[in-house]
Design a protein around this ligand. Sequence first.
Ligand code: MRU
Length: 360
Amino acid sequence: MNVNGKHYRTIWLNEKDTVQIIDQRWLPHEFVIEDLNTVEDVAVAIKDMHVRGAGLIGATAGWGMYVAAKQAKSVEELEKMGDYLKQQRPTAINLEWAIDRQLNEIKKSNIEDRVNVARNVAKQIEDEDAEYCRMIGVHGYKIIEDISKRKNSTVNILTHCNAGWLAFVDYGSATAPIYEAYNRGIDVHVWVDETRPRNQGARLTAWELNMHGVKHTVIADNVGGHLMQNGLVDMVIVGTDRTTYTGYVANKIGTYLKALAAKANNVPFYVALPSSTFDWELENGYDIPIEQRSGEEVKYIQGLLNGKIEKVLLTPEQSNAVNYAFDVTPPELVTGLITERGICEAKKESILKLYPEKLV
Ligand code: MRU
């Protein structure tokens, strides 16, 4: 993804052997790069959402285990650091997936080689994430192309939260088909849900679509149903933090309501994800752990005031607020899953057809 003409990934190892990230807390107003030098830095970056989005949480955990390998003297110590990182955010399965992948590879090799092994595995996770998202675009743009041919005018796509480049290493999941369609000259327009309480749509998705030159309009979270009733949405594409092998989709709070509205209005509802976001063990989607964050995120809102980023109180100071970060959309509301291997139904048989190696 280009930022003012320069290509960036969202995380990288620089020439001085330091892990660097874009600190997303300050976007769209400030572009800040942060160094992650210790396991504690990595844990804070994940928990306080300097980085966020399932794919990027996984890639950060991968590089976090490289930082851990430099700090730890034994496998036991590394396992403890891995457990500590896993506790930072519970819903995105990419976090534990990346840490377990690192630990498995390190345990297979000589402990003296742990730093080299962890560096290679972290780089593999980073590159794989970018490549899988690119492939999601290659498969997914065809759905947009079909609509465009049928309609012969602008394709209006609604998305929720930020399942874009900033939620991964590059390209994004929900945005990859949109970028691919745009790059191929298809006329697309994106309805961007603001996504309270942290406004990842208004702040992040709008910022990256702007950087890429894709037409978009930011809408308040409750507008989608009205747009769908009035024929102004051709399809919905969202990302996911965890999708069970049975097709239940956990994603940013509010996704479920959009899926219900889409079903009621015959609007196709697609979920884009790389295989690292499948949960191959949980059968019942309602068993997915749902992160609850501080009510302060609901009570306060952040923005630019007189050239400075400030937080202001929205609610009465004394009011309680609750902050469920994710919800679960059942398979019957999902038209299809767009993966790096192709498109399938949100059903066990169809998912396992794409990933037969998971059939045990
Ligand atoms: O709380 P966040 O910002 O990490 O949540 C991000 C989302 O819900 C995305 O839609 C999701 O991670 C899917 S795309 C990686």
